[in-house]
Design a protein around this ligand. Structure first.
Ligand code: BTN
Length: 273
């Protein structure tokens, strides 16, 4: 947990040039937005022990109890994708980085990425990512990369009011392995992974589909997508394109691209044991 020793160690986390810790905050993404325009050096990191108004995609709430790793990074255009690309691409980069970081922490954890921004174990959610674009500075766009990773928070009971939160129950590393993890060490590993994955993808953006594919749990499976226009599309998942669109082969054989949406159903959905 975030005791005095752990918060002191935040001074030594890699890559970021500004770190701040909040025992309780509304939303780290909101605080990160406040930092833009202030003279903080980027990448900047906001960490909270708990959030009272944690935000998820599509206006949902994000369950943010103590024990979870709740962070928002502010990154500049020297770190993120080309200015012509969008927040979705950076969310996909971040998913790859989280999956790679977790593989270092728990190599046997069967974590998989669910387009566009979920890190799953079976059909429960281990982590969520919320990337937002902030006002561009002279040197290009600034991005807020929020991520919530369920680490030591326990699924003692079902999360209340799930419908307004997410479609999936959360699952933590603790729930899966029965062990607790020093949050600052998990953060350390995740930041290393973010720095190296971002650098690699920035150097070779075309490698995103292949890197993402390593963790795509739905490749070759029939999935159903709720699109932004409230339409439902069903097809076999063929992975993603370089711009982050999900490719589906529909019953007619045609390949359709989903740019915005959520996977709402998939083949062989299993309950975690
Ligand atoms: C989602 O899966 O819908 C995205 C969830 C993102 C949650 C994180 S927790 C830290 C950061 N602050 C927020 O308010 N949201 C993100």
């Amino acid at each position: 947990m975030w005791d005095q020793t752990a918060t002191a160690q935040l001074e030594n986390v890699p890559w970021v040039r500004h770190v701040e810790f909040h025992p309780t905050i509304g939303s780290t993404n909101n605080r990160a937005r406040e930092l833009i325009g202030q003279a903080v050096e980027l990448p900047a990191l906001v960490v909270a022990a708990q959030q009272t108004q944690g935000r998820g995609r599509l206006g949902r709430n994000w369950w943010s109890p103590p024990g979870a790793l709740l962070c928002s990074l502010v990154v500049g255009s020297d770190v993120g994708p080309a200015a012509t690309e969008n927040a979705s691409v950076l969310a996909l980069w971040t998913g790859v980085a989280l999956a790679e970081g977790l593989a270092r922490i728990e190599p046997t954890l069967p974590a998989w990425l669910k387009w566009p921004n979920d890190l799953m174990v079976a059909d429960s959610k281990l982590a969520g990512i919320l990337v937002e674009t902030a006002m561009s500075t002279d040197s290009g766009p600034v991005w807020i990369v929020g991520f919530g990773l369920n680490v030591n928070n326990r699924r003692l009971s079902q999360v209340p009011d799930l419908a307004s939160r997410d479609l999936y129950q959360p699952l933590s590393l603790y729930d899966f392995t029965g062990r607790t993890y020093p949050l600052v060490e998990v953060l350390h590993t995740v930041l290393h992974s973010l720095a190296s994955t971002y650098a690699a993808l920035r150097g070779d953006p075309q490698s995103l589909p292949e890197r993402w594919q390593t963790y795509c749990g739905l490749h070759g499976k029939v999935v159903q997508i709720a699109t932004a226009e409230q339409k439902s599309v069903q097809g076999v998942c063929l992975g993603i394109d370089g711009d982050g669109a999900l490719k589906l082969q529909t019953a007619s054989g045609e390949v359709t691209r989903c740019i915005v949406g959520s996977v709402i159903e998939w083949e062989a959905k299993t309950k975690p044991t």
